[in-house]
Design a protein around this ligand. Sequence first.
Ligand SMILES: Cc1cc2nc3c(=O)[nH]c(=O)nc-3n(C[C@H](O)[C@H](O)[C@H](O)COP(=O)(O)O)c2cc1C
Length: 409
Amino acid sequence: MTGQPTVLLGVTGGIAAYKAAELLRGFQKAGMEVRVMMTEAATRFVTPLTFETLSGHQVHVGEMLRADSTIAHIEEGNVADIMVIAPATANTLAKMAAGFADNLLTATYLAYAGTVVVAPSMNTNMWRHPATQSNVAVLRERGVYVVEPGAGELACGVYGSGRMADPESIVAEVKYRLQVERKTDLRGLHVVITSGGTREPIDAVRYIGNRSSGKMGAALARGAFDRGAVVHLVKANVDLPRAPGVTEIETPTAAEMYQEVMRLLPETDILIMAAAVADYSVVAPAGGKIGKSHADLSVSLVPTTDILCEVATRKEGKQYVVGFAAEYGMEGLARARDKLERKNLDMIVFNDISRSDIGFNSDYNEVVILTPQGESRVERAPKETIAEIILDHIARELRSRREEFLPVT
Ligand SMILES: Cc1cc2nc3c(=O)[nH]c(=O)nc-3n(C[C@H](O)[C@H](O)[C@H](O)COP(=O)(O)O)c2cc1C
């Protein structure tokens, strides 16, 4: 596999077919190319045009033979790094288990030699039926990965199991499967990532905070875990789905984040400080809620402990330390380089927060990666892609450091 992985997304005729469009977008955001194949029944729920527009590729539907007589079930399989069937109906699961090849999708499944992931979706009774359960067991036995449906209110009005897993969980599973077969360049390394924005209390209900969403940190955590690292995500006020396999620790304030990073530091190989940590905290936050009656109100602030400066004094050259510099305008680049040197960092990732189309709270970013050796500009891309590029840089640098110490034979 080189560059962007390609997902072959098979959509079957279940009520959750509409969610396949969101799933397709999720794959794209994760830096994947998507090709779509639909069963005839699926086209009664969503039109091929939707998927054609979103994927930018022709959608193959239904029967095996096409007018131009190309062999789509072989061709599409050949370009795909992974095949995902979501939603997977009871009918299609049964056909897969029995080895039927009576439509393009089932024929492609039989002809496909790579990894297959299915996300079943159906009414609770259909899901629980022994026939469906035994079909799923057969597929599992043959190496198909099943993203279990969740419980919830189903389209038929009843509450129960059978609802297709969230698109994020399916994307996470697919990413994991692709990575397992791909990069393991951080295997066994202990990675600590901070993310989100700290909140410094003014009183029991108010705080001084910032707009950081934690998306960059979450993407880095997922990426590092996928490459085999043991990952701790030290997060402040982040409202995002949990990343599978990552240990998450809540640290709402700058002081708590500082404590946690220091606690983990001795065991850390790579520290990535992607959180927006408050520079100041309130001297004496009020215990209750400050009332409206004050004619004049002021709060005194003190600087918080600079986590990166503390790390720099304690790291003893062992850890690879990455900072983030959120600066207003490109003129901040010089300040970022200064921070790299002053705080003795191995890397600093600069991003311009004056732009609304990237950075804070956006799914996208555009960064400049600065190291003592030079700088590298990364064009606007989904945060997952930016995370991969940052991790590639780190892995490459660690590899070259290891090689430096290899004995000359
Ligand atoms: C309104 C409606 C909703 C349906 N929803 C589901 C569903 O969620 N899951 C399922 O397994 N079958 C569902 N079916 C039944 C399938 O559409 C039917 O079994 C079809 O033959 C599946 O074909 P396919 O597997 O080739 O896509 C539904 C049928 C209708 C009419």
